[in-house]
Design a protein around this ligand. Sequence first.
Ligand SMILES: CC(C)(COP(=O)(O)OP(=O)(O)OC[C@H]1O[C@@H](n2cnc3c(N)ncnc32)[C@H](O)[C@@H]1OP(=O)(O)O)[C@@H](O)C(=O)NCCC(=O)NCCS
Length: 389
Amino acid sequence: MDPDIIQRFLESVGQKADVDLYLKLFRSQRKESFAIIVADAQIVRAALDPFHFDLRILAGLGLYPVVLVGLLDARDADKQSQRIWEWLLEDEVPARVIGSGTDLPQEIQTAVHQTFDENTIPIVSLDAAKELAIDDRFRLLRTLAASLETRKIIFLSTSSGIEREGAPPISLVNLSADYDRLLATSDLPRRHASLLRHVKALLEALPQRMSVAVVNPLHLLRELFTVNGAGTLIRKGSHFEKHDGLGAVDRARLTTLLESAFGRSLVPGAMEDGGLVVAQSEHVYLEENYLGAALLASTAIAPYLGKFAVDRQAQGDGIGGEIWAMLTRDFPVFFWRARPSNPICSWYAKQCDGLARFPDWHVYWRGLPPEKIPAAIAYCLALPQSFQD
Ligand SMILES: CC(C)(COP(=O)(O)OP(=O)(O)OC[C@H]1O[C@@H](n2cnc3c(N)ncnc32)[C@H](O)[C@@H]1OP(=O)(O)O)[C@@H](O)C(=O)NCCC(=O)NCCS
């Protein structure tokens, strides 16, 4: 497929900047680590057309996922793998079917690795593992993901993600915060409850940073190439530190995080004592790997949220939402500002109790008594910029 057509198609899926970012990110990783896509009989029967289109586009972009067939039910996995292969063959997308054996021995892992040298999609059939319990087939998936250092596992689903009865699909499951609550209620379909249990075990067992998505093949490319995603993203959950001041914080790493998030350099001296960022860091929330942070200053009006940032490559993965949940729990009153062009403004509008729009800044507040609003606005409009233009 013509690369220009592919690029244009992707831009119709999401914003150009996001698409380019993810493309760059995926291409910078080792080829074999990109993704494992789990497709079962239902998908091959009902959604092979969109799935095969997804694979064509990905291969056209030089991205070769592993397709794993038969994880939940391995009966006829060879036949389904063959069908996927035939559809790809018709469009000249290089692919090869590889049988897993009962325990994915080293020589089969090596065969999977080799397909990437040949720019070929490996279709791994679990047919030979059909007598195994589902837990054991998940063990094979774990072996495969460990061997390839996979960064993303995608479960294709005929639903639009993990769903509860009568409720919209869940866009993010943060296992450390949501798992017990979700499984305690009976409104998750059994197959989704079982999937969550297996995914939790998988994420806990694998050392690499990895995310899992449950998505309809119709939305797979949107899931891969947009910040907002599509379907359900499942994450292990992050760990956060809280600090008062920057005494125990690595300022160089914090600078890297802020500059990556905002895509601009801090003004000179901002991270030195008395500098703008340091003055805003009386209360600090920090993801343990410096992937996200919120910085607050005490002011005579109320706490001011001076920085809220997630590393560019980790945006859309839920870290910001986790920080926000802690922040709003700890601080019932605070205010902040954002550039009107910032895409996050629409989300802020839902999070705030009130906002005021000015040409250069939107000012937001939560819990602020009405008499303090003018002072909060004046504070935000007068504050110098922390980033260079
Ligand atoms: C703003 C920011 C901190 C959000 O962090 P994040 O980890 O990407 O956000 P999450 O994935 O946790 O999403 C949190 C919510 O924001 C929404 N969101 C995230 N990015 C968005 C975007 N680009 N456009 C619209 N909404 C967005 C998500 O849909 C989600 O909403 P939901 O809870 O209703 O589903 C991060 O995108 C960032 O660092 N941006 C650049 C720096 C910046 O602009 N900071 C704010 C300046 S005031």
